[in-house]
Design a binder for this molecule. Structure first.
Ligand code: ADP
Ligand code: MG
Length: 246
């Protein structure tokens, strides 16, 4: 084993495999720049740290399961004037997550609710929060499956491990009574403990109707609204506008 291979192997046993992989080029760089011993020692550590952060971010983004790569940087506030960049930026210190508050985006289809939810969720992952995105119907199905296996509580606890749960498109299709009950179990577990971003096309005044005015629905709505910032989004559908442009 050469000296280089031995050093790389030592780094690997110390779990510094990124530095081990990059050792040759880091060495060449240091030699070319006549770097000091201290600066080289620092560069190795820095390289390993940056690579680890990058890996962690990639892993957490994958775990968040965003359905698409929407970013706040790509959000056009000239098109969507019922929410301002200042309002959105004010959310990005994530005080709302730390204080276990919810965000609710209400509005008709195509006005950017999902885009905003993913964009904010993405920033939250970057800031180190555990985030999970779920379409409301998928979530309900997931809970139903767990419930059938007698594992509802377990699944709810797993979901509640996230700092932020994004529930997208609640209210688009009606739910069975059992589905509403399962959802209530989840919301109840998250209440004042975790944050939710909810997007919906239903104004709260219509929610009673959507949930069939039953005694499970009212507490769900109550608990989501209780500590929440509500944003009513309006305007034209962005999709339609793009269509008519071309
Ligand atoms: P909603 O969830 O309100 O139905 P979406 O967020 O899915 O709407 O938006 C529909 C499409 O239009 C998406 O591709 C989204 O990225 C885009 N879009 C909507 N509003 C904007 C906006 N203000 N700036 C940029 N893209 C937008
Ligand atoms: Mg949507």
């Amino acid at each position: 084993m050469s000296q280089l291979e031995q050093t790389q192997s030592r780094y690997r046993s110390l779990r510094m495999s990124a530095a081990a992989d990059e050792l040759v080029s880091l060495l060449a760089q240091a030699e070319a720049n006549e770097a000091s011993y201290l600066s080289f020692a620092d560069q190795l550590a820095e390289y390993e740290m940056v690579q680890r952060q990058h890996k962690r971010l990639t892993r957490n983004l994958k775990l968040a399961a965003f359905p698409s790569e929407k970013r706040l940087e790509g959000f056009d506030y000239r098109h969507q004037s019922t929410i301002s960049k200042r309002q959105v930026n004010a959310l990005l210190d994530f005080g709302f997550i730390d204080e276990r508050n919810n965000l609710v985006f209400i509005g008709p289809p195509g006005v950017g609710k999902t885009h905003l939810a993913i964009g904010i969720g993405h920033k939250a992952v970057e800031a180190g929060y555990r985030v999970l995105f779920r379409n409301a119907l998928d979530l309900v199905e997931e809970l139903e499956l767990a419930e059938m296996k007698g594992e509802l509580k377990k699944r709810v606890n797993q979901l509640a491990k996230h700092d932020l749960l994004i529930i997208d498109e609640l209210g688009y299709l009606p739910m069975t009574r059992q589905a509403r009950f399962n959802l209530f179990q989840l919301i109840n577990s998250l209440y004042e403990y975790r944050s939710i971003i909810l997007t919906t096309n239903k104004d709260f005044t219509n929610w009673g109707e959507f949930f069939h005015d039953d005694n499970v629905a009212v507490p769900i709505i109550d608990r989501i609204i209780h500590h929440s910032h509500i944003f009513m989004l309006g305007g034209e559908s962005y999709r339609l506008k793009q269509k008519t442009k071309s």
